[in-house]
Design a protein around this ligand. Structure first.
Ligand code: HEM
Length: 144
């Protein structure tokens, strides 16, 4: 069995799951903010946010990093001399930062301390979309 291709497949499965969460969690925040006066509904949103972040996004993020780093280990660290990998590196750091920012929002919603509007969450929801498009073009076209 080709171990590298196994890592790549597991990397792609983890990245798809991670991206699904990064794209969906801010949508839940939008509905949450727009229904703050309905106590029963907001409790459901709190549970959805916590479960999505802790049980899907967190493991998926860790596994995306793990299998990505295992591929870098197989390919050799001079992969970082290539422009596409440098750009991808910067974008995945931004994506990871965004991930932890969403975690902070989950904790604020949990204690009813959210300060942001639904418009804010609608706007930041575009961040992972833009990063996803650029990352996929980078890894597929591999500009030098
Ligand atoms: C979390 C940290 C990440 C690391 C360390 C990492 C690293 C890597 C490495 C080393 C490869 C192999 C490149 C090659 O084919 O030569 C790869 C492939 C790939 N990565 Fe990542 N990656 C990460 C996150 C992501 C994210 C967030 C996305 C998408 C949004 C992504 C999408 C892809 C795709 C589509 C491939 C397959 C490219 C191909 O087969 O041509 N990766 N990744």
């Amino acid at each position: 069995m080709n171990t590298y291709l196994l890592f790549k497949s597991l990397h792609l499965i983890s990245v798809i799951s991670w991206m699904a969460g990064l794209l969906y969690l801010p949508r839940i925040f939008v509905y949450h903010v727009e229904n703050l006066e309905k106590k029963e509904v907001t409790n459901i949103f709190k549970t959805m946010e916590k479960k999505l972040y802790n049980y899907i996004m967190m493991p998926a993020m860790i596994l995306s990093w793990l299998f990505g780093l295992l591929m870098i280990h197989s390919l050799g660290f001079n992969i970082f001399s290539e422009l596409w990998m440098q750009i991808k590196g910067i974008l995945i750091l931004i994506l990871t930062h965004y991930h932890f920012y969403l975690g902070k929002c989950v904790r604020q919603f949990a204690i009813n301390q959210n300060q942001k509007s639904s418009k804010f969450y609608r706007i930041i929801n575009e961040v992972p979309t833009v990063l996803l498009i650029i990352i996929v073009f980078m890894v597929v076209f591999k500009p030098l």
